[in-house]
Design a binder for this molecule. Structure first.
Ligand code: F6R
Length: 248
């Protein structure tokens, strides 16, 4: 049987600045297509330049965000709502406020009470409103997408997860040390992400070289959750800078 999946389109750019501009071009074209758009914006360092570029376009009137809705990708568990480390706060500072996306257009992941029950409801509600148009994702050095840590299978639902030592180590640079990184989190599941009409995976820096090659060229499987982008339902663009692609 013919492979029903379209291979990810890999675009190699010179550096992080080029990546930010190329990503902003793609996001802008999706946002300016007809009708409302539902976007999932990853936090983390990789997309920060892209969001800054989008914010600059918005500020000079070149990007209309009035029809954009946002769905949160992932969040730590066990933090107070006003804790400096919430990923919602990060998303607010880098995406929601600069792009003038008000609260009514933001779906925030559950973090209290029966979180797994609420996650199942979150997935149902997201599917009922048409799913994700554009998922802007980063790549963990351990191959995670969102907080879908290895091993995660392609059918995994939105759920609570334990963060791996790799991720806790990698996230230490955000908050000042490993002891400041929460150990549990909630993440959109791979099934929900892989159903998106379009995935934009951003990869920057030599530290991502081994994993981006493994994800795109190695076996597809749950040990490298990002490898499942090769089986995504919609179109997949991987924007990768030369340092990540060549590994120098
Ligand atoms: C963040 C997220 C993570 C990051 C990944 C890469 O919301 O879901 O999957 O995208 O860990 O992080 P950076 O870009 O900081 O290297």
């Amino acid at each position: 049987m013919a492979d029903p999946h379209v291979e990810p389109q890999v675009q190699v750019v010179d550096d992080a600045a080029w990546l930010a501009r190329a990503a902003a071009d793609l996001v802008s074209s999706v946002v300016h297509a007809d009708g409302p758009v539902t976007v999932v914006p990853a936090t983390g360092e990789t997309p920060v330049g892209t969001y800054a570029e989008l914010a600059a376009r918005h500020a000079r009137g070149a990007l209309d965000t009035t029809r954009v809705s946002v769905v949160q990708l992932d969040e730590y568990l066990g933090l107070a709502a006003d804790d400096r480390r919430t990923l919602f706060g990060w998303m607010d500072r880098t995406v929601l406020t600069p792009l003038a996306i008000d609260d009514g257009r933001v779906a925030r992941l559950p973090t209290d009470g029966d979180v797994d029950g609420a996650c199942a409801e979150f997935d149902r509600a997201l599917a009922a409103r048409g799913g994700i148009d554009l998922a802007i994702l980063g790549l963990g050095t351990n191959g995670h997408l969102g907080f879908n840590e290895p091993p995660s299978d392609a059918a995994s639902a939105t759920r609570t997860v334990e963060l791996t030592p790799d991720t806790i180590g990698a996230n230490a640079r955000y908050w000042g040390g490993e002891d400041d990184v929460p150990t549990r989190a909630v993440t959109l599941g791979l099934r929900t992400l892989l159903d998106a009409r379009r995935i934009l995976l951003l990869v920057s820096g030599a530290s991502k070289h081994a994993i981006v090659r493994r994800a795109l060229e190695g076996p597809v499987g749950e040990d490298v959750p990002a490898s499942f982008v090769r089986e995504a339902r919609g179109s997949v663009t991987v924007l990768v800078d030369r340092a990540a692609w060549e590994g120098e």
